[in-house]
Design a protein around this ligand. Structure first.
Ligand SMILES: O=P(O)(O)OC[C@H]1O[C@](O)(CO)[C@@H](O)[C@@H]1O
Length: 545
C-alpha cells in the first residue's frame, strides 16, 4: 500500500475518533440545510445520505482516498474498454450495451457498436414476433408462457426486472424463471403450463453450467415426450457467448442470441440475456431501461466526485466497512415489486467484491465487500429489524422507495412511505435511557418497573442509512438503480484494489460437485479418498436410498 493511501486511511481513522461523541442529529441541528447539502438530485431521483454520521470533512477525506487510488483514471480505463478484468484479460464494457449515443464504442481498437445494435435488433424482432403471435409453437398455437432457464447472472437480472416491471408487461406472454438444479424448480414451474404454448430460453454465457444444462435437458425431454423431437426447434431459443455449444443442443441458429466475453455474467442483463424481459415488457420499455443505465453512466463519468451518487455510495460503504468495521449492508426496498432486488445485488456485489487478493495477487490490507442482504419493507420490519435496531452490530441500510403510489390505492402507499421514513429516522434518532424512562412514567409504571424495563427500550441511534427516493418504479428508474449499484461496486473495488470482474471463488465448489455427482449417482462407487464427513453423509444417504 502506498504512503498516500495509508495516510488517507489514517486520516479517516483519526477523523472517526473526532466524531465519536457527535450525534447525527447534532449535525442536522448545526446545519439547517443538511438535507440539501447531503443529498443529490438527478432529474426525478433523490439520493439522500444525510443520515450517515458524516461531515463535509468526512467527504473530503473519502474523496482524497479515492484520488489516492486514482479513481478517475480507473473509471476512464473502464469506459475506455481497457482490459480492466486483468485475470481474464478482458474489458468489462457492459456500459456499451446501454450507450444510446451514436459515438463509436472501442474495445481493443474495434468499434463494437454495430455488433451490439445488430444483436439487439435481432432480440427485439424475435420478441415482437413472440408477442404478436407471428412466431408460434409446433402445433400452431401462440406462446402464452416463456420459461427462462439460467442461473446467477443468467437468471437474477431478468427475473428481478420482470417482477419489478410487471405493470409494463402489457400483452406479452407470462415469464417464468427456472434456476435451481433441484428438479422441483422445473417441475413446479411447468405444472399447469401448456407445453404447446411454452417457449424455453436457455440462457448461459458459457453454456456449460451444470444446473442450466440439467434443467435444459429435462425441459427438452419433457417437450419431446409431449410434442415430438421436431418441436425442439420451435420451442427453444438460447442466449450465450458460446454459439458452438448451443448448436450442439439443437437450437436453430436464428433463435440463438449472442453476447460477448467483455460482458460479465452479473453485468449481462443489458445484453441478449434480457431476452425474457424484452418479451415480457416489449422492446420500447426495455429501451427505457437501457436509457436509465445510460443516464447513470453519464452522471458517473461527469459529476464531481463529492456530488456523484455511485461514488458517494461506494465511499460511504468504505467508511463503514474499513473505518467503522461494519461487516454487513442491508438493502430494503419499500417497494414489493423490488422483492428480488436484494438477491440480485447479492450476486452483483458479493461475487464482485468478495475477494482477498489485490489485482496483482497480493493479500489485501483492508476488509473488502460486506455481506449484502435484504427483504422488502415493511416485511423486514417484522423479521430482522430487531437486530438492526438493537443488536450489537451496526448495519448500514439502503432504503428504496417511490414517491408515487404504483397501485391505485394511495392509502397503502402513504402507510408504506411513512414506514420507510419512520424506520430511517428511528435508526438515526434512537432513544436514550432517560427518554425510555419518561415514556414508561407516562404509562403509570412503578419506579422499580421503570428501572427494570427501561434498558430494554433504549436504542443507540446513529445507525446509518441512505434513502433512494424515485418518482415511480418504471423501466428507466430500474435501469438507473441497477447501474448505480454496478458503479458503486466498481468504486469500492478501486479503493480495495481488487478485480470486481472475475469470480474464481465459485470454481472449487463446482469442481468438487462434478467429482461427487457420479459417486452419489452410483451406489457402488467407492468413497475412499473422500473426507470422513463427506463419505459419511453419502453413506447415510445410500443406506436409505
Ligand atoms: O451464464 P452461465 O455461464 O451459465 O453462468 C451462470 C453464473 O455462474 C457463475 O459463473 C458462477 O456462479 C456466475 O458468475 C454466472 O452468472
Amino acid at each position: 500500500m502506498s504512503h498516500a493511501i495509508a495516510a488517507a486511511f489514517l486520516a479517516l481513522e483519526s477523523h472517526a475518533a473526532d466524531l465519536e461523541n457527535t450525534k447525527t442529529l447534532d449535525l442536522f441541528a448545526a446545519d439547517p440545510a443538511r438535507f440539501e447539502n447531503f443529498s443529490v438530485t438527478l432529474d426525478d431521483f433523490v439520493f439522500d445520505f444525510s443520515k450517515h454520521k458524516a461531515t463535509r470533512q468526512t467527504l473530503d477525506l473519502l474523496v482524497a482516498l479515492a484520488r489516492a487510488r486514482k479513481l478517475e483514471d480507473r473509471r476512464a480505463a473502464l469506459f475506455g474498454g481497457d482490459s480492466v478484468n486483468n485475470t481474464e484479460r478482458r474489458a468489462a464494457m457492459h456500459m456499451a450495451l446501454r450507450d444510446l449515443s451514436p459515438q463509436p464504442l472501442l474495445i481493443d481498437g474495434v468499434d463494437v457498436r454495430p455488433q451490439i445494435e445488430a444483436e439487439r435488433e435481432k432480440v427485439f424482432a424475435f420478441a415482437r414476433a413472440i408477442r404478436n403471435g407471428d412466431i408460434r409453437g409446433a402445433t400452431g398455437e401462440t406462446f402464452t408462457d416463456v420459461v427462462n432457464i439460467g442461473i446467477g447472472g443468467s437468471d437474477l437480472g431478468p427475473a428481478m426486472a420482470a417482477r419489478a416491471l410487471s405493470p409494463y408487461a402489457d400483452g406479452g406472454p407470462r415469464t417464468h424463471f427456472v434456476s435451481n438444479v433441484d428438479g422441483a424448480d422445473l417441475a413446479d414451474t411447468l405444472a399447469g403450463l401448456d407445453l404447446s404454448r411454452t417457449l424455453f430460453i436457455v440462457s448461459s454465457k458459457t453454456f456449460t453450467t451444470q444446473e442450466t444444462m440439467a434443467n435444459a435437458a429435462s425441459a427438452r425431454a419433457r417437450l419431446v415426450a409431449a410434442l415430438g423431437e421436431a418441436a425442439v426447434a420451435r420451442h427453444f431459443a438460447a442466449v450465450s457467448t458460446r454459439l458452438d455449444k448451443v448448436a450442439a443442443f439443437g437450437i436453430a441458429p436464428d433463435r440463438v442470441f449472442g453476447f460477448w466475453d467483455w460482458v460479465g455474467g452479473r453485468y449481462s442483463m443489458w445484453s441478449s440475456i434480457g431476452l425474457a424481459l424484452v418479451i415480457a415488457i416489449g422492446p420500447e420499455h426495455f429501451t427505457e431501461f437501457l436509457r436509465g443505465g445510460f443516464d447513470i453512466d453519464a452522471h458517473f463519468r461527469t459529476a464531481p466526485l463529492d456530488r456523484n451518487i455511485p461514488v458517494l455510495m461506494g465511499l460511504l460503504g468504505v467508511w463503514h466497512r474499513n473505518v467503522m468495521k461494519r461487516g454487513a449492508h442491508a438493502v430494503i426496498p419499500y417497494d414489493q415489486r423490488l422483492a428480488r432486488f436484494p438477491a440480485y445485488l447479492q450476486q452483483l456485489d458479493m461475487e464482485s467484491n468478495g475477494k482477498s487478493v489485490t489485482r496483482d495477487g497480493r493479500l489485501v490490507t483492508h476488509e473488502t465487500g460486506p455481506v449484502i442482504f435484504g427483504e422488502p419493507g415493511t416485511n423486514g420490519q417484522h423479521a430482522f429489524f430487531q437486530l438492526l435496531h438493537q443488536g450489537t452490530d451496526v448495519t448500514p441500510i439502503d432504503f428504496l422507495v417511490a414517491a408515487e403510489p404504483t397501485a391505485a390505492d394511495a392509502h397503502h402507499h402513504a402507510l408504506l412511505f411513512s414506514n420507510c421514513l419512520a424506520q430511517a429516522e428511528a435508526f438515526m434518532r434512537g432513544r436514550r435511557l432517560e427518554e425510555a424512562k419518561e415514556q414508561l412514567r407516562g404509562q403509570g409504571l412503578s419506579a422499580d418497573e421503570i428501572d427494570s424495563l427501561a434498558p430494554h427500550k433504549v436504542f443507540s441511534g446513529d445507525r446509518p442509512s441512505s434513502v433512494f427516493l424515485y418518482r415511480r418504479l418504471d423501466p428507466r428508474t430500474l435501469g438507473r438503480l441497477v447501474a448505480l449499484y454496478e458503479h458503486k461496486v466498481f468504486v469500492q473495488s478501486v479503493i480495495w484494489d481488487i478485480n470486481p470482474f472475475d469470480q474464481w471463488g465459485v470454481e472449487l465448489g463446482k469442481e468438487l460437485a462434478n467429482r461427487l455427482a457420479p459417486i452419489v449417482e452410483n451406489a457402488d462407487a467407492p468413497t475412499a479418498g473422500l473426507d470422513g464427513s463427506t463419505a459419511g453423509l453419502i453413506g447415510w444417504r445410500r443406506a436409505r436410498g
